[in-house]
Ligand binder design. Structure first.
Ligand SMILES: [Zn+2]
Ligand SMILES: [Zn+2]
Length: 137
């Protein structure tokens, strides 16, 4: 697992609990919240605390192994896919999906001169198929 190797090389201690969190996140495209991660890993690690999950997610974020998404104003979501991509959130149920299309985004010239642009993220808001069904649309 690539993330584990990189963390080991950085001297990050990989406890069984941290490994369980990493394993859960690996290839996960559901953009789980910390609560989702906790609920999932607690099944096999009943003593896993909220604090361990939060601290581990923060460590992974700080080391660039997980993206912390703020598209949902209520809760942070986590994404193990750290390649630049965009997201769409359903305003009905809060589900988040990846948007892998490239958009030609440019900013005004004066800002471009002032800043070295490192990246950009586009957030789409919509209603998913399920939520549209519920409202009869
Ligand atoms: Zn929805
Ligand atoms: Zn994503």
């Amino acid at each position: 697992m690539a993330a584990m190797e990189r963390l080991r090389k950085k001297g990050i201690k990989l406890t069984p609990q941290r490994l369980a969190i990493l394993e859960y996140l690996e290839g996960n495209t559901a953009h789980p919240t910390a609560e989702d991660v906790h609920a999932a890993v607690r099944k096999r690690h009943p003593t896993m605390s909220h604090a361990t999950v939060y601290n581990t997610l923060r460590t992974l974020r700080d080391h660039g192994e997980v993206l912390e998404l703020t598209i949902d104003p209520g809760r942070k979501h986590y994404d193990p896919n750290t390649q630049p991509h965009h997201h769409i959130i359903c305003v009905g149920c809060g589900s988040i999906a990846d948007v892998f299309q490239d958009f030609d985004v440019s900013i005004p010239e004066e800002l471009d001169r002032e800043y070295e642009i490192l990246g950009s993220q586009i957030e789409f808001h919509g209603l998913c198929r399920d939520c549209r069904g519920k409202t009869g649309g």
